[in-house]
Design a protein. Structure first.
Length: 80
């Protein structure tokens, strides 16, 4: 269990997608795909995902894949 930040030293960890306008113009379907992540990853989830990579040594691809599956955003296809 992580320590509680009872003095609010750390700001909230609100993840947002960042994409170049040129990339979005070239692949407009990415907008809809990125919107699926809206309000999906909160601070607690991000801490758990970071711990899985940094603390447990899991690969970022596996952690992301597992998260997307658990959120119902990815089928059984694996990305490694």
């Amino acid at each position: 269990m992580p320590l509680q930040d009872d003095r609010n030293f750390f700001p909230p960890y609100n993840a947002v997608p960042v994409i170049r306008i040129e990339t979005l113009q070239k692949f407009p379907e990415l907008k809809e795909t990125l919107e699926l992540l809206y309000n999906t990853i909160d601070s607690t989830s991000m801490q758990q995902l970071n711990y899985a990579v940094d603390g447990k040594g899991q690969s970022p691809a596996k952690v992301a894949n597992d998260f997307l599956k658990s959120a119902g955003l990815l089928g059984n296809k694996t990305t490694q």
